[in-house]
Write a protein that binds this ligand. Structure first.
Ligand code: DQA
Length: 290
């Protein structure tokens, strides 16, 4: 299993008793336990570390730089002034996300400044433990995209590229309860491969349902609550939200379709990295058919 570092800076050891109205009631041990369980569901191993000392945090990053594949870091107050920590994050070259429990943009002026932000893929703040979980999702999206790209560079058989994409998504995103690829055949979308509960919708006319609409409109569709969308072709009572991303290169090849049993499961990161995955597939398809 690949290792992801979950790093907490100064004063976060006092979580639970430290200003609970700002940082919540969860202790650091509880936070780490929940994040480790979440990472395990994503097929990752979380290695959690906290220190009140800048140098200890830097030493930890150096020591782990070749053993881990990604970093989610809440630098605490070091966020606002530690160039040394910033340089360490840049030096270790791990895809990193800066996270905060509280909303640093809605507090004192000095907290709005982050000297860490520009060496991270993203800054996520104000969502409590969800900031960390989203941070994990961001680095996972990056890793999964890179893995698909590496796979496609080996020029796999047509079948295999599409299968690999679905497998990577289902394996690393537990909230993706159903993940599949439909391909365009004439005026229909035909399911190519999927992981999740069997679907009755193996052929969908383009223009019909959310799947058909995304291809007809050539754009990603996110439906936070499928039961509130009249276009939804019901296939499972458990499905609550859906995202559909067209695979479009020199022509419209098909789409990535994902269902979740959680309402409102998808946020900007899902759209961003799934569009990158779809783009890689489209480029590969363009090259295969040249
Ligand atoms: C914090 C915000 C920082 O400004 C503060 O110094 C912390 C915690 C957060 O998680 O909200 O120690 O990073």
């Amino acid at each position: 299993m690949k290792r992801i570092l979950i790093v907490h800076g100064p004063n976060l050891n006092l979580l639970g008793e430290r200003e609970p109205e700002v940082y919540g009631k969860l202790t650091l041990a509880e936070l780490d336990q929940e994040l480790s369980a979440f990472a395990a569901q994503c097929h990752m191993e979380a290695l959690c570390f906290q220190s009140n000392h800048e140098g200890a945090l830097i030493d930890f990053l150096h020591a782990q730089r070749k053993l881990a594949v990604a970093l989610v870091i809440n630098p605490g107050a070091l966020t606002h002034y530690s160039y040394a920590l910033r340089d360490a994050i840049a030096a270790v070259q791990l895809p990193a996300v800066e996270v905060h429990l509280s909303n640093i943009h809605a507090r004192e002026e000095f907290r709005r400044v982050s000297v860490i932000r520009d060496v991270c893929l993203e800054q996520i703040s104000g969502l409590g433990i969800v900031s960390y979980k989203r941070g994990i999702e961001v680095v996972l999206g990056r890793l999964v995209c890179e893995e698909l790209q590496r796979f496609l560079q080996q020029r796999p058989a047509l079948e295999e590229g599409y299968r690999q994409c679905v497998q990577l998504l289902k394996q690393h995103f537990p909230k993706y309860d159903w993940a599949g690829i439909y391909l365009v055949e004439g005026s229909e979308l035909v399911v190519h491969n999927y992981l999740g509960a069997p679907t009755p919708h193996t052929r969908i006319p383009i223009g019909q349902g959310i799947c058909g609409a995304a291809v007809a409109e050539a754009q990603t569709l996110i439906v936070p609550d499928v039961n509130a969308d009249p276009r939804y072709l019901a296939c499972s009572l458990e499905t609550k939200s859906e995202i559909v991303v067209p695979i479009q290169g020199k022509q419209m090849y098909g789409e990535i379709d994902i269902d979740s049993h959680t309402r409102d499961a998808f946020w900007e990161n899902d759209q961003r990295f799934l569009e990158q995955m779809a783009q890689s597939l489209a480029k590969w398809r363009d090259e295969v058919s040249d």
